[in-house]
Design a protein around this ligand. Structure first.
Ligand SMILES: [Zn+2]
Length: 302
């Protein structure tokens, strides 16, 4: 998955004291586009540094301005990454604008950079949308101890926004429930949805499956989670067994397709780029049938 960067290390804890240096990585965004280092190889991304873009003769003076506007984001393999306003990179010949969806490309070598880039985008979105106090309208300031924006007048503290959501792999014997939100989607998805206030994530699984497909489920078990920055979410993946009638009543406002697919027909249904939890869950169901058999302990309930 995108976050599986193995011996690489990404640290996202805020450091209010961090000051931009010439060697630190820098990044800027414009909507869903990112400014990164221009490269011959289109598939792999790399971060720029101030050293890359500032000629030596102006560097000292420019660095003062850059430091005032830079926001510390995260640290990848010991190198710090700072967010800069778009204007600093948009006219820079060493920078290239790309769609943030480049993080989905199958490129295991580039995965740490992709994961850092898309995480940076999640933070960028939040900073872009968190400039004024929602209670009194005053311009917010950066918190010092944690990653927060703080109102200097009423004391309102705003933390980064993360939407909790679930992905549900619903199975019935050797079949998995697959969905599509759009007929243009290349691959299938699983049932997914956002948590409501006052709901456990298991409740969200039951509710979303019922709303989208009219099916009941049981034996809900946690699989893995995934930070999914492009929708500013944290995804919790669950498998659950069909309970009762397998006839699907699709909610056409949410889905264009929902169907049962047998294990031996799953191969072409999911992406092999190794990025998403959804794809990993489909592959897990396909390759580990023993994990989904009804064990003797289970049958005592039925
Ligand atoms: Zn306020």
């Amino acid at each position: 998955m995108i976050q599986d960067i193995y011996h690489h290390k990404m640290e996202v804890v805020y450091d209010g004291e961090a000051v931009l240096g010439e060697n630190d990585y820098i990044i800027a965004f414009q909507g869903r586009n990112v400014y990164m280092k221009k490269q011959k190889d289109e598939t792999s991304g790399a971060f720029l540094t101030c050293e890359d873009i500032l000629p030596v003769e102006y560097r000292k003076e420019a660095m003062e301005k850059f430091r005032r506007d830079a926001i510390y984001l995260l640290c990848l393999d010991g190198r710090r990454l700072f967010l800069l306003p778009e204007k600093y990179l948009s006219s820079c010949p060493q920078a290239q604008q790309k769609d943030i969806n480049i993080f989905r490309e199958k490129n295991e070598e580039g995965r740490p950079v992709s994961f850092a880039m898309i995480t940076a985008w999640h933070l960028y979105r939040w900073y872009e949308e968190t400039k004024f106090c929602g209670a009194c309208g005053v311009r917010l300031r950066h918190g010092q101890k944690e990653r927060t924006m703080v109102c200097p007048i009423c004391g309102n503290v705003i933390y980064p926004r993360i939407y909790p959501a679930i992905i549900a792999g619903i199975y019935d014997d050797d079949r998995l429930l697959l969905t599509k939100m759009s007929p243009d989607a290349r691959y299938y998805a699983l049932v997914s949805g956002y948590c409501e206030v006052g709901e456990t994530v298991e409740d969200t699984v039951r509710r979303e499956v019922m709303e989208e497909t009219g099916l009941s489920v049981k034996d809900i078990r946690y699989y893995k989670s995934q930070p999914w920055a492009s929708s500013q979410s944290i995804l919790s993946g669950f498998f659950a067994r069909l309970d009762g009638d397998s006839h699907i009543h699709i909610d056409e406002r949410e889905l264009c397709e929902a169907r049962w697919v047998k294990r031996d027909k799953l191969e072409d249904c999911y992406s092999k780029n190794g990025v998403s939890l959804t794809a990993e869950m489909m592959e897990y169901f396909q390759k580990h049938p023993e994990e989904f058999e009804i064990k003797r302990m289970d049958t005592s309930e039925e």
